[in-house]
Write a protein that binds this ligand. Sequence first.
Ligand code: SAM
Length: 191
Amino acid sequence: MHTLHFFKQLVTNADSIGAVAPSSSVLARAMVEHARVREAKFVLEFGPGTGAFTGKIIEALPEDSGFFAMEVNSKFVDIVRNRYPSTNIVHDSATEASRYLQAQGRKSCDSIVSGLPFAAFNDELQDAILDEVGRILEPGGIFVTFTYIQAPLTKRGRNIRRKLFERFSSVTTSPIIWRNFPPAFLYCAQM
Ligand SMILES: C[S@@+](CC[C@H](N)C(=O)[O-])C[C@H]1O[C@@H](n2cnc3c(N)ncnc32)[C@H](O)[C@@H]1O
């Protein structure tokens, strides 16, 4: 059912969705593990879509930790709010994250799980989101984003890779996760 909703939104919002299907549970588990959600004090999720990562984040989140997700697509916001009614799903762009953190009395977070399709974004949007991440991620905090294996063959895919290496103190890549369609790997970037 979630795949059907995802596909319907893809038809009209291909540029902002940048994927043909929701991520697999194998990819979701890898995101949560690399983003160190189990030890985090405050986690943000960017681009939850139909919630492929959201449930795994909630399961792993320590009891006294904070969390909210930011999603631009109103249909996806409704779906994730229905699936996880006690979770705060903000209907706004990841470029506005600091404003919503401040509304919760916080300036920073220590873990960001990004489902954003950076390799589909133009330079301006890539920069605006990475600028915002730079403003809100604590020193030592971790930003994890996934990309499909073919993305580094494209100009935008190479741009986001270069920007991550320029902006973060360390960047590692995960092994390829074959049990996802398309296969993907993670960039794990530490502030
Ligand atoms: C590739 S889909 C990933 C969905 C889900 N995380 C998954 O892995 O199945 C990208 C998601 O990012 C959302 N998105 C795109 N631009 C965004 C932005 N600037 N801020 C927040 N969400 C955004 C899209 O609407 C879509 O839900």
